[in-house]
Design a protein around this ligand. Structure first.
Ligand code: SF4
Length: 84
């Protein structure tokens, strides 16, 4: 999956961090960092995060892909955070 957050639109509400803490994180008060290539196990959480963002700043490609994920797992531990 590919993930893009429009940081100009993002207001730092942290809804995404709440729903997908292994993908999103807030640095300081407003700087959002995120994993641009989240693991498949994050699909469900990511879908919730996308839906929860009050300003629709999150774009995720491959969210409605063919893969069925019946379970969620802990993060892979290899997240590459992007941002400042
Ligand atoms: S939920 Fe949306 S506005 Fe809030 S921190 Fe995440 S991307 Fe930014």
């Amino acid at each position: 999956m590919r993930l893009v957050v429009d940081l100009n639109r993002c207001q730092g509400y942290a809804q995404c961090v709440f729903f997908a803490p292994d993908v999103f994180a807030l640095h300081g008060e407003e700087a959002l960092v995120y994993d641009p290539h989240p693991d498949e196990v994050q699909r469900e959480r990511l879908a919730r995060a996308v839906a929860a963002c009050p300003v629709q700043a999150i774009t995720a490609e491959g969210l409605d892909g063919t893969g069925e994920t019946g379970e969620t797992a802990a993060g892979t531990g290899e997240a590459v955070l992007h941002g400042r």
